[in-house]
Design a protein around this ligand. Structure first.
Ligand code: PRX
Length: 638
C-alpha cells in the first residue's frame, strides 16, 4: 500500500490528530522540542543520563568511542548484563511479585510468570545450558513457536554470557540450516511444534532436517508443546522438561558480568545479496536504547499491561516483547497464534480479558482484522487501551483511521514507529504528545538527526522524495554483521562515507512541518506483511529447484500484505511451464525458506531484462508489471 500512500501523501498532510488532556498530563515527556534540542546539543550527556537509570556492575569510562568509525562503541569500560536489568534488579523490590509475563496459547491455555517465577525458570535453564557446556561468547540457535520457553531460553543465554540467534518459527529448513551454519551453533533449542490457525507447525521435523544440512549441532533441546510424536536421536536430543527436572537445573544462577560491548545476540535479516546478515547487538548500548525508547514512546507506567503482538523471532519481539518491557518492569502479554483464530475477535477478546493498556502491532495485522468489519472489536470492552502502536511498513491512512476510531475509540494516539533490525529500537516515532498525521512516523527520537538526501548527500527539497539517512551514532545501533565487518561498512556506511552517515535503505520525504513520511525500501529488500525478505533469497530458493535455470523476483503492492512477491522464471532447456509447475515452485520456496516467502505468482519467461554486465534489472520488470514508464533503459542489454 506504500504506493497508494505516496500518491495521496500530499492530501493527507492536512489531517492532524491531537492527544487529549489526560494523555498530555500523564506523558513521561511533556515537551518534545525541549528534550530533543538538549539531546542533540549534548548527545553523549543525554545518553549518559539515560544509562544512569540502569544498573551497572561497573560504570563506563567513555560514553561514545568513535575512534574506529563506523565501528562505534558505547559505554566502554562499563560492566553490565541485560538480564540483571530485565530481571535481577526487580527482585529486590516489590516487583518481585508483579506479573512479568501473561501468555496465552492458541488453543486457549494460559500461563503467567511473576518476575520471581521468571527468574527461577531462566536460572534453571541457564544451568541446563551450562551443563551442556555452553560458554560465554558461544551462539545458541533458538527455533521456537511463541511460547514462554522462547523468552526463557533467550534470557538464559544472555544471563550466562552466551549469545542467542533466534530464527523465526515461520522459517523453514534451508533458512534455519544456513543460519545455524553461519553462527556455528553447537546447541539448538526448539519445540516439537507450535499452534497456528488450529494446525501444528512441525518445528522439530524442520529442525531435524536442518541439523542434517548443517555440520555443527551437537545438542538439541526440545520443548514439548503439542505432544505429537517426533524423532529424537540418542545422545543428541533432549526434552526440555526432563532436563528442567534434573538436579543440574538449579534455580540459582549467577548473572555473568559482561563488558558493555560484549555480544548479546545476532539476528539474521535480509539484504541485497543472497546470504542473510547476522546483525549483532551488544549488552550495554542495546539495553539503554531499547529501555529509553520504550519508556518515552509508549509512556510506560507501572500499572501497564503491554502487548507487542509481534513474534519474538524478529527484532520487534527481541526489543519490545523481551528486553525493553522487562527492563522497564512492565507486564508483558504474549500470544502464540493467529489473530483471527478461531474467530476474528481473538485479539479484542484478549485485550478485554487481560485489560491490555497498550497494543503494538503491524499495518498488515490491522488491515487483516479491519477486513472482518467493525462489529468484531465493537463487541468488546476495549476501554483499558491507552495507546496504540504500529511498525514494520508504512501504514496506509485508511488502516490508520480504522485503528484510531474503531480500536482506540478516538482516545488512543497511534505511535507509528520507524526502525530496523539494525537500529535496535525506534528511530523515527511520535511521542504520545505529538500531533499525528496518519501515515507519517512523524519526527526523530531523541539523539537522532535524520535527513532525506540525494546520492551526493544534498538534502532534497521539502516534500521531495530521497534517501533516508541517520546522521549520527546511537547506543542501540548494530555493531557489525557477524563475521563480516567489511559488509557492514559497505552496506550501511559506504554511500555517505564522507559525511559519516548511516544509509537506511529506505526512501522518504519530509514535509513542511518536518514530519517524515516513509515510502519504502530502495534496495532489493521486500517487506511482505511487514516481514523482511530479500529478492536474492527467494531467487536462490527458486533456482535450487531442478527445473529452474534463472529467476527474478519483484514486489508489487498487495492490499493486505502491503507487498507481495512475484517471480519470473526461466526453465531449463526443453521444459515448459504450466499450472502444476507454478504450484510446485511456490511450494518449493515455501519449504525452503518458509510460507511467508511463497511467491504470489510465478510467470514463465524466455528471457529477463539485464544490464550488459548481466545484472537483472528488476526495476524494469516492476515497471512493466505495473504498467508505468520503464525509465532509463540505456544500460539494458540488447
Ligand atoms: O522499510 C522500513 C520498514 O521496515 C524496514 C526494516 O525492517 P526490519 O529490519 O525487518 O525491522 C522491522 C521492525 C522494526 C525499514 O527499513 N519499516 C519499519 N517500520 C516502519 C517501516 N516503514 C514505514 N513505517 C514504519 N513505521
Amino acid at each position: 500500500m506504500a504506493a497508494k500512500l505516496n500518491a495521496k501523501g500530499q492530501e493527507h498532510q492536512a489531517e492532524m490528530y491531537y492527544p487529549n488532556q489526560s494523555i498530555k498530563d500523564n506523558a513521561n515527556v511533556k515537551d518534545y522540542d525541549e528534550l530533543y534540542k538538549r539531546s542533540i546539543e549534548d548527545r553523549e550527556g543525554f545518553w549518559a543520563e539515560e544509562a544512569e537509570k540502569l544498573d551497572w556492575f561497573q560504570k563506563w569510562d567513555k560514553v561514545l568511542d568513535d575512534s574506529e568509525k563506523p565501528f562505534y562503541k558505547w559505554f566502554t569500560g562499563g560492566k553490565i548484563n541485560i538480564v540483571h536489568n530485565a530481571i535481577d534488579r526487580h527482585l529486590q523490590t516489590w516487583r518481585r511479585n508483579k506479573l512479568a509475563l501473561i501468555w496465552e496459547g492458541e488453543p486457549g491455555d494460559v500461563a503467567t510468570y511473576s518476575y520471581h517465577a521468571l527468574d527461577r525458570e531462566v536460572s534453571k535453564f541457564a544451568n541446563v545450558l551450562k551443563s551442556m557446556g555452553v560458554r560465554k561468547g558461544e551462539i545458541v540457535t533458538i527455533y521456537m513457536p511463541q511460547v514462554p520457553e522462547l523468552m526463557i531460553a533467550m534470557l538464559a543465554c544472555a544471563k550466562i554470557g552466551a549469545a542467542h540467534s533466534v530464527v523465526y518459527g515461520g522459517f523453514s529448513v534451508e533458512a534455519l540450516a544456513e543460519r545455524i551454519q553461519d553462527a556455528q551453533s553447537r546447541v539448538l533449542v526448539t519445540a516439537d511444534g507450535g499452534w497456528r490457525r488450529g494446525k501444528i507447525v512441525d518445528l522439530k521435523k524442520i529442525a531435524n532436517e536442518a541439523i542434517g544440512r548443517s555440520a555443527t549441532i551437537e545438542v538439541c533441546i526440545t520443548v514439548q508443546r503439542t505432544g505429537q510424536e517426533v524423532y529424537m536421536e540418542n545422545d543428541r536430543d533432549f526434552w526440555y522438561h526432563e532436563l528442567m527436572n534434573l538436579p543440574i537445573a538449579n534455580a540459582k544462577c549467577a548473572t555473568e558480568e559482561m563488558d558493555a560491548e560484549d555480544m548479546l545476540f545476532i539476528l539474521y535479516t535480509s539484504g541485497t545479496t543472497g546470504r542473510p546478515k547476522g546483525v549483532l547487538h551488544t549488552h550495554g548500548g542495546y539495553s539503554v536504547y531499547t529501555a529509553t525508547t520504550h519508556r518515552y514512546v509508549f509512556d510506560i507506567k507501572e500499572e501497564d499491561r503491554w502487548w507487542c503482538a509481534a513474534d519474538p523471532g524478529w527484532i520487534t519481539g527481541h526489543s519490545y516483547i523481551v528486553y525493553a518491557p522487562l527492563i522497564n518492569g512492565a507486564t508483558v502479554m504474549m500470544y502464540e497464534g493467529a489473530p483471527n483464530h478461531p474467530y476474528p475477535n481473538r485479539w479484542w477478546q484478549m485485550i478485554e480479558k487481560y485489560g491490555i493498556s497498550i497494543l503494538y502491532t503491524s499495518p498488515t495485522a490491522i488491515r487483516g482484522l479491519m477486513r472482518f468489519g467493525d462489529q468484531w472489536p465493537r463487541r468488546h470492552d476495549l476501554s483499558s487501551l491507552r495507546l496504540l502502536g504500529s511498525v514494520g511498513e508504512p501504514i496506509n491512512p485508511e488502516a490508520w483511521r480504522w485503528y484510531y476510531k474503531v480500536v482506540g475509540n478516538e482516545r488512543c494516539p497511534i505511535m507509528d514507529t520507524w526502525w530496523q533490525t539494525e537500529t535496535g529500537g525506534f528511530v523515527i516515532t511520535p511521542l504520545p504528545v505529538t500531533p499525528l498525521k496518519p501515515g507519517s512516523a512523524t519526527k526523530p527520537f531523541f539523539g537522532h538527526e535524520v535527513a532525506v538526501v540525494d546520492d551526493d548527500g544534498n538534502e532534497v527539497k521539502t516534500g521531495e522524495e530521497g534517501k533516508l539517512v541517520l546522521k549520527g551514532p546511537w547506543p542501540g545501533m548494530a555493531r557489525t554483521i557477524y563475521g563480516d565487518p567489511e559488509r557492514y561498512k559497505e552496506v550501511y556506511w559506504k554511500d555517505y562515507e564522507k559525511q559519516g552517515w548511516y544509509k537506511a535503505g529506505d526512501s522518504a520525504r519530509i514535509d513542511e512541518d518536518g514530519y517524515v513520511w516513509i515510502i519504502g525500501r530502495i534496495d532489493d529488500v521486500i517487506k511482505v506483511s511487514g516481514y523482511r525478505l530479500g529478492t536474492a533469497e527467494v531467487e536462490s530458493a527458486l533456482v535450487s529447484h531442478a527445473d529452474v535455470s534463472e529467476a527474478a523476483t519483484i514486489a508489487l503492492p498487495h492490499e493486505l500484505k502491503g507487498n507481495a512477491i512475484h517471480a519470473y522464471v526461466i526453465l531449463r532447456a526443453g521444459l515448459s511451464g504450466n499450472k502444476e509447475l507454478e504450484a510446485a515452485l511456490k511450494d518449493h520456496v515455501g519449504k525452503e525458506i518458509g510460507p511467508i516467502a511463497r511467491p504470489e505468482t510465478v510467470t514463465f519467461v524466455e528471457s529477463l531484462p539485464k544490464t550488459r554486465s548481466g545484472k537483472i534489472m528488476r526495476r524494469v520488470l516492476k515497471a512493466r508489471a505495473m504498467g508505468v514508464d520503464e525509465g532509463d533503459l540505456s544500460t539494458l542489454e540488447e
